[in-house]
Design a protein around this ligand. Structure first.
Ligand code: PEP
Ligand code: MN
Length: 337
């Protein structure tokens, strides 16, 4: 249920609604919008009637949220969420591009890539220090050393860092290094992990599971938000279908649909979405055209020797070319790169 307060409702009136929600054994999530304060009422509110709040001072309207996801829904918050990341805003008019290798492999690899993607216009550096691999015998990531290399690259270039956290126990350590915590596709429904990142105030890039529906992605965002962390980005990274010529089927339907259903920023990952470097640039353009707020792109100085995802990694010069080509497209769409 959503309680929309009147414009100019007083702090006491808002406080009274919050207190009433708590009395009813439900959880209030106040959302302070530009014009109205909205109080999302979450919990098992099946029998709750709107009249409970309608008669209270300062209350404008009360509506039921039709979706199972509440805090993530457009009904809870009409305007787009913009996540501030000191100096960088995600979800506004300006598109955000995160780029870097799949895995952190070495100091030279990270510094070379960081410089190159920064020059091309990326605002965040990606790179996995902890890698969720299908095989336990495959490279599992550099761990703490990898986090340190990411921090050094940030120090030198000023790029912010996005990197994956795989377990609840690792959240405090990875949070010391990461500006954005990535939840990988394989962990989208790891509820213990979602609760753990939800208890931080670190922005989260939540990747859609390769076998998950759009509804399930939004319910996973709801786990994070219901713990108090509203800084969630939804990431479409391709789903598994019967098509073997691409690694995944990049479900671009999800982008405009997520924008319709939710106020959260949507990031597209054409690297994992296609699995092929030669499809990354065209699908990056398609992502922007259908309304994505940003991109996450794998870039490696020597994809042929990458320890993971070389086949879908762009060389720095191809990445720079893609960025040049995206610029006029973004402008035509009323966005900025
Ligand atoms: C990655 O970003 O390198 C990654 C492992 O992605 P996903 O979780 O989408 O497979
Ligand atoms: Mn990868």
């Amino acid at each position: 249920m959503i309680v929309v307060m009147k414009q100019g409702a007083t702090a006491a009136e808002i406080g009274a609604v919050i207190a009433r929600v708590e009395e009813l054994g439900l959880t209030p999530h106040p959302i302070y919008g530009e014009n109205h304060t909205v109080i999302a009422v979450v919990g098992e509110a099946v029998t709750l009637e709107p009249d409970v709040f309608l008669s209270m001072g300062g209350v404008d309207t009360v509506t039921r949220i039709g979706h199972q996801f509440k805090l993530a829904s457009r009904q809870a918050k009409a305007e787009d969420t913009v996540i501030a990341l000191n100096g960088t805003a995600i979800g506004g008019r300006k598109l955000v591009v995160m780029a870097g290798p799949c895995s952190v492999e070495s100091r030279t690899q990270m510094l070379e890539t960081a410089q190159a993607v920064k020059e091309a216009g990326a605002r965040l550096l990606r790179g996995g220090a902890y890698k969720p691999r299908t095989s336990p015998y495959a490279f599992q990531g550099m761990g703490l050393k990898g986090l340190e290399l990411l921090a050094e690259a940030r120090e030198i270039t000023g790029l912010k860092i996005v990197t994956e956290v795989m377990t609840p126990e690792a959240v405090p350590l990875v949070s010391q290094y990461a500006d954005i915590l990535q939840i990988g596709a394989r962990n989208m429904q790891n509820y213990g992990l979602l609760n753990a990142v939800g208890r931080t105030q670190r922005p989260v890039l939540l990747k859609r599971g390769m076998m998950s529906t759009i509804q399930e992605l939004l319910m996973s965002a709801e786990y994070i938000m219901s713990n108090g962390n509203y800084k969630v980005m939804l990431c479409e990274r391709g789903i598994r279908t019967f098509e073997p010529m691409t690694r995944n089927t990049f479900d671009l339907n999800a982008v405009p649909l997520l924008k319709q259903l939710s106020h959260l920023p949507v990031i597209a990952d054409p690297s994992h979405g296609t699995g092929r470097w030669d499809l990354v640039s065209p699908m990056a353009k398609a992502s922007i055209a259908c309304g994505a707020d940003g991109l996450i792109i794998e870039v490696h100085p020597h994809p042929e020797v990458a320890v993971s995802d070389g086949a879908q990694s762009l060389k720095p010069e191809k990445f720079a070319q893609m960025m040049r080509e995206l610029k006029p497209l973004a402008e035509a769409l009323g966005r900025e790169l």
